[in-house]
Ligand binder design. Structure first.
Ligand code: F6R
Length: 615
């Protein structure tokens, strides 16, 4: 979603802004703009569409040192036009702002604070009017921003330029809708939505917390708390590198990331699964955290929260937490969780799963859990992200940057982190036998080669993709651990191919969805080895009896679907508890293959954003 970059200092500002925005492109956007302080006025340049449209407007410009802000916009209020792109200014041109998030009461604020005509349809523009109006009344810039944060309802991040203070940038946050990180370097001071935009320039960062306002000058930063007190904080020293990710030999990032999954599994297992002693060990990760052995013994229930693909990881993880961790576990869609007044206490373990660590709904659920003093673990792929700062313990995925908007490799890594944490908790609570621990470790260690086998069979999946690519509707069915796999298969397909796809528990099929079945709506059925294999067999029979076409995912050696299904995709025989891993990879390839047949923008599907920072 929206990306923010700002700089004040001795280096040429416009390349810093454009390069920073380029690093934030992965978040998803549909227009972009920059605002540069030139003398005592602010020059705003904006363009709809790709960043290259904006960059081309600077081709013959001389870059100068100074102060500026940049923005990539993911449209919420108003179409993705250049008029609606940020920065927005007040009519006098004194103030310019870039904004990420939503101002819920923008209509009321427009009526109260308008300083002239509005030139966009956005909720954001009114913030520039408000700040300019308060400055005109004699308020200082910081207090004008503070009042603006207080009056504006919603959650957002904001960076502001005031043309009468050419060496100053103000950055502010309200609630959890996209972070802001301030970077310090010898040449100047930076601000951005996340560290990836700034790692080229510095490794020394301050994260702004909700309610905080920072004043950035070329050689200093002052942070004020929500109450207006100056905050002293140790800088965060980033140790990870910005991996320059390219597509390599692959036509799309999605394909590259699918193909990386065997290696991702190896890194997920390394250091946690010991193949010599056949034991699991996360003690170094737990050591020194609030989740001590005593607290682990006292856990009475576990709640798994996440959104989209990460929620599907939670649904798989629930099986592991109950079966291996011995803990009653529920899964919640984080966006629903926060609004249903959940009953929580300090013996509840909340595990959030979030690739970005910045998903607004997941962060809001974590805030809710924090208020109830729950123990919190976050499973996240982004070092330093907001979720890692909220949780008592972070289990980092180490899956490397995921550029394709559709999540693939981080799902596999999240599932393995949940598997590892469940085994570890079961062991610490003495509910897991060493035999089951050893069996799970041995079986998990076979997964990288199982995934390689699925990848090696991708031509078969692409053949099936070609056969069904013209279908406009798909049904995905699974039971038990196959149910979240079916949901994920449907999600992946609709995201990248724009095909209508429904994921259901196969047991639910007869309660409604079967009415949809005909030969124009193929069904993908997850029928791999496990407790529900016979049930899936009869569900597939029922679909065939109604003229439906079926693509079955089956375990190598199982011929029971040969005569029944229209197409069988054979997967390596793994422990049924780990069955989602190869099945998910197969469904990723199927979705990718179909989108490729349809010639779509696979890595940046329409309307989608990688980091979802608005509700
Ligand atoms: C689907 C997808 C989304 C994300 C969801 C949560 O391919 O990428 O459904 O899984 O937006 O994002 P994170 O994991 O960053 O919290």
């Amino acid at each position: 979603m929206c990306g923010i970059v700002g700089y004040t200092g001795l280096d040429a500002v416009e390349p810093i802004l454009l390069q920073g925005l380029e690093k934030l492109e992965y978040r998803g956007y549909d227009s972009a703009g920059v605002g540069l302080l030139r003398g005592n006025s602010i020059e705003v340049t904006r363009a709809s569409g790709k960043l290259s449209n904006l960059a081309s407007k600077f081709e013959n410009e001389n870059s100068e040192p100074g102060t500026g802000i940049g923005h990539t916009r993911w449209a919420t209020h108003g179409a993705p036009t250049s008029e609606n792109a940020h920065p927005h200014q007040d009519p006098s041109g004194r103030v310019a702002i870039v904004h990420n998030g939503i101002v819920e009461n923008w209509k009321e604020l427009r009526a109260k604070f308008a300083t002239g005509e509005f030139s966009s349809d956005t909720d954001s523009e009114v913030l520039a009017h408000m700040i300019a109006a308060l400055l005109a009344q004699g308020e200082s810039l910081v207090s004008a921003v503070r009042r603006t944060l207080n009056e504006a309802a919603g959650a957002f991040s904001l960076v502001i330029l005031d043309s009468s203070q050419p060496d100053v940038l103000i950055a502010a946050r309200k609630g959890n809708a996209g972070g802001l990180v301030v970077g310090l370097a010898d040449d100047g001071t930076y601000v951005a939505s996340d560290m990836s935009a700034l790692l080229t320039y510095t490794r020394k960062f301050f994260f702004l917390e909700p309610g905080e306002i920072a004043t950035l000058k070329p050689s200093s930063v002052t942070i004020y708390s929500e109450e207006g007190r100056e905050v002293t904080r140790q800088p965060y020293q980033a140790t990870h590198d910005l991996t320059e990710v390219g597509k390599g030999q692959y036509p799309h990032y999605m394909m590259k990331e699918i193909y990386e999954q065997s290696d991702v599994l190896v890194s997920s297992l390394q250091g946690r699964y010991n193949g010599l002693s056949n034991t699991i060990d996360l003690s170094t990760e737990f050591e020194g955290s609030a989740i001590s052995k005593d607290r682990i013994q006292g856990i009475t229930r576990c709640l798994l929260v996440g959104m989209g693909t990460s929620m599907h990881a939670c649904m798989v993880g629930r099986h592991y937490l109950e079966r291996f961790g011995g803990i009653p576990t529920e899964v919640d869609n984080a966006a629903e969780f926060r609004y249903r007044r959940p009953l929580l206490d300090s013996n509840t373990l909340v595990i959030s799963v979030t690739q970005s660590g910045e998903t607004v709904d997941t962060l809001a659920a974590m805030d809710e859990a924090k208020r109830a003093d729950c123990l919190q673990i976050t499973i996240c792929n982004t070092p330093g992200a907001q979720s890692t700062r909220l949780a008592d313990l972070s289990l980092l995925l180490g899956a490397g940057a995921e550029i394709s908007v559709a999540s693939t490799k981080t799902l596999l890594a999240s599932i393995m982190a949940l598997h590892a944490v469940s085994l570890f908790l079961g062991k610490a609570r003495e509910t897991l036998t060493s035999e089951i621990e050893a069996e799970q470790v041995v079986n998990a260690l076979q997964l990288p080669s199982a995934v390689s086998t699925v990848l090696g069979n991708s031509e078969k999946l692409f053949e099936v993709a070609r056969k069904y690519a013209a279908s406009e509707h798909f049904l995905f069915l699974g039971r038990g651990l196959g149910y979240p796999v079916a949901l994920e298969g449907a999600l992946k397909l609709k995201e990248v191919s724009y095909i209508h796809a429904e994921g259901y528990s196969a047991g639910e099929m007869k309660h409604g969805p079967i009415a949809l079945v005909n030969d124009a709506m193929p069904t993908v059925a997850v029928c791999t080895r496990g407790d529900v294999h016979e049930k899936m067999l009869s569900n597939v029979e029922q679909i065939k009896a109604r003229g439906g076409r079926v693509i079955s995912l089956v375990t190598d050696g199982d011929d029971s679907f040969d005569k029944l299904a229209d197409d069988c995709i054979t997967l390596p025989d793994v422990d049924p508890a780990l069955g989602p891993i190869p099945s998910i990879v197969a469904l990723q390839l199927l979705a990718y293959g179909i989108a490729r047949e349809r010639g779509l923008d696979i890595d940046q599907p329409r309307n989608l954003a990688k980091t979802v920072t608005v509700e």
